[in-house]
Write a protein that binds this ligand. Structure first.
Ligand code: SF4
Ligand code: SF4
Length: 75
């Protein structure tokens, strides 16, 4: 499963990543970052499909998209 990591203190709260996420995975935080803006963050209950739109659209390069490689342990 894909995941996103957002550098919250670099985020200027422009909302482009939220607007262009096709599965509405991103939202604004309720709290403020060091710049005093509500930053973008991933929703807990929505799956990221790893399309990379948010990574490409962010003007300040705040977002990383990566594959979550949890080890599956056999019994
Ligand atoms: S990679 Fe795609 S699906 Fe995942 S949060 Fe970014 S825009 Fe949304
Ligand atoms: S596009 Fe970048 S700067 Fe704009 S809200 Fe998203 S993470 Fe923040």
């Amino acid at each position: 499963m894909a995941k996103v990591r957002i550098d919250k203190d670099k985020c200027k709260g422009c909302g482009l990543c939220i607007l262009y996420c096709p599965v509405k995975k991103l939202e604004f935080s309720l709290d403020l970052n060091k710049k005093g803006v509500r930053y973008a963050k991933g929703k807990e209950d929505t799956s990221c499909i790893g399309c990379g739109n948010c990574y490409l659209i962010c003007p300040d390069c705040c977002i990383e998209v990566y594959e979550d490689k949890k080890e599956i342990k056999s019994t």
